[in-house]
Design a protein around this ligand. Structure first.
Ligand code: GRG
Length: 264
């Protein structure tokens, strides 16, 4: 199966699982469940949970049991998007080609829908029963992780672009990849390698995002420099997969190449 087919198949699996985990829009109070579902579906690339699955597989795991963990990561990502779009943050009207959650519902409901997605993600993680993953994810998205990145972004310290990218984007990618190994229970060395790989790929993901949007690092350093840096970081990231062997790490390697080449 080529990587595009793999991505499509895993996305379908993740979407089905998300649909099972999210409360029905008919369940009281309907409006909050509708707002949560509105933000999550039809969804974006689902790239973070796909990394979680590929990492689990690289460690010898079989897909389905990791789904609650992978979906928790995606729910957290969706919470950050809802909150990031709010008038008190970026004040965006469009997300994934449709009205942002607060434009469709209201500011207070969007705030609560984000909170509820975050809360649901920890319910799923606790049901998966692995305290190391809960700790890892908590640290990644706290004030020294994504929230910290958002804070520095808000106070507009543009010279801190690397800090912002590594916290806003890198931290959740790192946790997503690490979670696959933690769930399979591989040794410390492999976990550390997954963490390094995830962190560098997350950072690269942001560099490519900047290239697509012609913002951030590209505005500051120019496209040529950013392209070179992204390629270098991807090469470095891939060295951390040697420990797993080419066959097992195949999907992680292909995903990292797909990120480097992505145009949208
Ligand atoms: C806690 C409010 C709050 C924010 C934390 C993660 C974050 C900081 C804000 C989200 C907004 C943002 C632009 C983050 C940068 C990372 C990024 C490129 C997000 C978009 O991710 P994709 O491309 O989105 O994976 P899809 O739509 O495909 O899921």
């Amino acid at each position: 199966m080529d990587i595009n087919k793999y991505i499509k198949a895993k996305k379908r699996l993740i979407d089905k699982a998300l649909d099972r985990y999210l409360p029905s829009g008919n369940l009281k109070p309907q409006i909050i469940h509708k707002a949560m579902r509105y933000a999550v579906f039809p969804g974006g690339k689902r790239i973070r949970p796909i990394f979680t699955i590929a990492s689990f597989e690289a460690c010898g795991g079989k897909t389905n049991s990791i789904l609650p963990v992978a979906c928790a990561i995606e729910l957290i990502h969706n919470y950050t998007l809802i909150h990031d779009d709010l008038p008190c943050m970026d004040n965006d009207e469009i997300r994934r080609g449709k009205l942002t959650c607060h434009k469709k519902f209201s500011e207070s409901l969007a705030l609560l829908a984000g909170d509820a997605l975050l809360t649901l993600s920890f319910q799923l993680l606790s049901e998966a029963g692995n305290l190391d993953i809960i700790k890892e994810v908590s640290m990644a998205i706290g004030s020294r992780g994504t929230i910290g990145g958002q804070v520095v972004d808000i106070v507009k310290q543009k010279t801190e672009l690397d800090y912002i990218a590594s916290r806003k984007t890198g931290a959740l990618f790192e946790a997503a990849v690490k979670a696959g190994g933690l769930f399979k229970g591989v040794d410390r060395k492999k976990i550390d390698n997954l963490a390094n790989f995830g962190r560098l790929i997350g950072f690269t993901f942001q560099l490519i995002d900047d290239l697509i949007d012609k913002e951030g690092h590209v505005a500051l350093y120019g496209a040529g420099y950013v392209e070179k840096r992204a390629a270098l970081l991807t090469g470095k990231a891939e060295t951390y997969l040697d420990i797993f062997g080419k066959k097992k790490a195949k999907r992680l390697l292909e995903l990292s190449e797909a990120i480097l080449k992505r145009q949208s």
